[in-house]
Design a protein around this ligand. Structure first.
Ligand SMILES: Nc1ccn([C@@H]2O[C@H](COP(=O)(O)OP(=O)(O)OP(=O)(O)O)[C@@H](O)[C@H]2O)c(=O)n1
Ligand SMILES: C[C@](O)(CO)[C@H](O)COP(=O)(O)O
Length: 248
């Protein structure tokens, strides 16, 4: 049983081992720069900006975790935040699992945050942490959709796809990261869901446990850098922050 007099300790796992195929040729996505600074460094700073986060585990591209450690050591964090770097796996789910295995003892709340969402504001991070600390086992930042969504019967690329339905848009949300969990819940979720039958996010694994997942408001600037146009938007957001907020 947990000791109620012990302070809650919060850590963040940052999966950063993806290739960034949709962004096009180049270095692994997390190592590409935004305003001259690697996207991963922005993402690590975004987690460290929350005073609640005491430790960060970065899950690095498999081929060079030592290089990622050197890169992060060259961009030091405040002393209150510990840092571990481990090599990633071939899927996001596997990378997150490796990050969870590297957490230090004594962590109660864990955030999982895509390196590919480098500009999430600290207010969003803190809102997720607060909701987990208030007792929700799984918390996800989310936004309403701007586009109408169609369900289709998939066809090979270039062939028109038949529409089979139009889900009611007001009931849909686009989910972001960081997603926050009480640690035993996320560990249990990763344990029961086998690779290949996974979900595209960690909260999806928790849903399969039958545990409640709740949403808090996401933020437009927490978008995922996925395609080349996202990089243009990220550069613009960063330039505005640097000009107006003294952001580094
Ligand atoms: N094997 C993988 C695949 C993805 N990720 C991480 O999961 C996050 C979300 O993934 P995504 O945006 O899909 O990144 P990529 O897999 O790099 O993109 P793509 O699918 O275009 O290759 C990213 O921070 C990515 O680095 C990871 O740690 N390990
Ligand atoms: C976790 C996530 O960012 C939530 O929107 C998303 O599911 C990751 O998807 P990807 O295809 O791995 O980028």
């Amino acid at each position: 049983m947990s000791d109620p007099s012990r302070p809650v300790r919060t850590a963040a796992v940052i999966p950063a081992a993806g290739l960034g195929v949709r962004l096009g040729p180049g270095a692994p996505k997390a190592l590409r720069t935004l305003g001259g600074t690697p996207m991963l460094v922005h993402a690590v700073r975004a987690m460290a900006a929350s005073r609640a986060v005491t430790h960060i585990v970065v899950v690095a591209p498999q081929d060079d975790p030592e290089g990622v450690r050197r890169l992060l050591d060259a961009h030091p964090l405040a002393d209150r935040t510990g840092l571990t770097v481990v090599p990633g796996g071939t899927t996001r789910q596997e990378s997150v699992r490796r990050g969870l295995a590297a957490l230090p003892d004594g962590i109660d709340v864990v955030l999982v945050h895509d390196a590919a969402r480098p500009l999430v504001p600290v207010e969003t991070v803190d809102a997720v942490i607060a909701a987990v600390r208030d007792g929700a086992p799984a918390v996800v930042p989310a936004l309403p959709l701007a586009d109408t969504v169609k369900q289709v019967e998939p066809r090979p690329q270039g062939t028109p796809e038949p529409v089979v339905g139009t889900p009611e848009r007001s009931l849909l949300r686009a989910v972001q990261t960081p997603q926050g969990f009480d640690l035993p819940t996320l560990l249990a979720a990763h344990e029961i869901v086998v690779e290949g039958e996974g979900a595209t996010d960690d909260a999806g694994l928790v849903e399969r446990l039958g545990k409640p997942v709740v949403l808090v408001p996401g933020h437009e600037e927490a978008f995922k850098v996925t395609r080349p146009l996202d990089l243009v938007l990220a550069e613009a957001v960063l330039a505005r922050r640097r000009a107006t907020d003294g952001y580094v």
